[in-house]
Each structure stands twice: as C-alpha cells, then as structure tokens.
Design a protein around this ligand. Structure first.
Ligand SMILES: *Cc1c(COP(=O)(O)O)cnc(C)c1O
Length: 236
C-alpha cells in the first residue's frame, strides 16, 4: 500500500477539500452541505483512514474487494460508512453485500441480483447507484446511457437493494466543456428516472480534479482521493 503521509497533513488536506466543496456549493447556488464528501482511501493504509476519521470524516470509498475486506475487519470498531466504488465481478459480490453500506458501481442486473440475494437480513437494504458510461469510451465501466432506464427499473424492484441514484467517471480530459456535457448527461438521466416515479437522491460525480464542475452540474456526492490522501502508488 501507499506509504502513510503524516496525520497532520491529512487533516489539513481534508480541511482544504471541505473548503473547496463549500466554495463550490456557494458558487453553484447550491445549499450549504448539500454535497456529501466521500473520502476515497483505496491503496492507503488504515492509519490514513484513522487520521481522516479523527478529523471527522465518516464515509470512505474503496475500489478493491480484498482491500475493503481487510480494512473493514481492521477498522470494525469505528463508525465508518463504507462505499464500494470499483468494478465488481459476480464471484466477488458476497463480501461487498456483507460489508458495504453503498455500492456505486452497479452496471448490470446480474451483479445487482447477487448483491440483493447476499445482503444479510440483519442489515438494512444496500444503497446502490448505477454506474453509467457517459463518455462512451469502450474501455469504461458502466451501462450505456440508453440502458439506464431499464436497468434502474429492474434494480429498483430488488428487495434488498435501495436504488439511490447514478454514478459516472467522465473521460480523462481537462476540457471543461466535455466534462460538463458528460455530467449533464448523468443529471438528465437522473431527471428522467425521477419523472418515472423513482425516489433518487444521489448523483455521484466529481473527483479531486473536477469537483467544482461536478457540483455546478448537480452532483450530490463527490468522490475525492488524491486531494485528501496524496498521490497513489500501485503495486507493479
Ligand atoms: C480513485 C477513484 C476516485 C478518486 O479519484 P481522485 O482523482 O484521486 O480524487 C473517485 N472515483 C473512483 C471510481 C475512483 O476509482
């Protein structure tokens, strides 16, 4: 895992992200506190999570099932809300169904069905977002925009899931117009689902480099890693 950066650095970078988020809400004319901050802790050790926790952060995002399991076990005593945000294979759904409070990356019905079946009865329904491939890149996860309505209807009918909204990862571009168009597409899809009577409250979009733009385009939850924990190093 990536080496720990000093805890004082994490609390001050977290504070800086909170200020950015608050300023983005004001600039976008959004209500203060209307956008949640998810701290994306993938590749960082439990120490880093504990530092952010000590600074008041409760929602953490992980991309890899094994890492979620290890951290969930080690930090079981803390009041953490775990969000699974990475690609999910159908043979790895069980630990996620048992540990996570949220899954942002549901992109096909089979995964959703397994999560619903495997969600323990002792826990509340699992909160899920559908990941939509808003950039159309062939390499990207997510359902195609034209599949989102049918998938949402099917997922919303599953007993142990609670469909909360939509998630996207736009193409890696610095062009704000392209990013804004992709965020807008997700927002329009959400509006379409709400018009059909679905009670959705979440648009999971925006990361370290584009959270201001995402908030302007209607994000209700930004997923921020690098700006809080530093840059990641991956095993070779
Ligand atoms: C890693 C990751 C993030 C965080 O990205 P940063 O640029 O480090 O803020 C957000 N969302 C998803 C799905 C990720 O995989």
């Amino acid at each position: 895992m990536t080496p720990t950066i000093p805890s004082s650095a994490i609390s001050s970078s977290l504070e800086a992200v909170r200020r950015r988020l608050a300023a983005a809400e004001v600039a976008a004319g959004r209500a203060p506190g209307s956008v949640r901050l998810l701290a994306v802790s993938k590749t960082f050790p439990c120490d880093a999570i504990q530092d952010a926790y000590a600074a008041g952060q409760r929602a953490f995002g992980e991309n890899y099932v094994q890492e979620l399991q290890a951290k969930g076990a080690e930090l079981a005593g803390l009041d953490i809300e775990w969000h699974f945000i990475g690609p999910l294979q159908s043979n790895k759904t069980r630990p996620v169904a048992e540990l996570a409070h949220w899954v942002h990356s549901v992109e096909r019905l089979k995964i959703a069905e397994r999560l619903s079946v495997q969600r323990p009865e002792s826990l509340p329904p699992l909160n899920v977002c559908l990941q939509v491939n808003v950039s159309g890149e062939a390499s990207k996860s997510g359902c195609a925009p034209h599949e989102a309505v049918a998938l949402a209807q099917a997922v919303a009918a599953l007993p142990r899931l609670r469909l909360r909204g939509l998630m996207c990862i736009p193409e890696p571009t610095a062009d704000p117009a392209r990013l804004a168009a992709q965020f807008t597409l997700l927002c329009r899809l959400r509006d379409e689902l709400v018009q059909q009577g679905m009670a959705l409250d979440t648009l999971s979009m925006g990361m370290s480099s584009d959270l201001e733009l995402a908030v302007r385009e209607g994000s209700t939850l930004v997923r921020v890693g690098t700006a809080i924990f530093g840059s990641r190093s991956y095993p070779a």
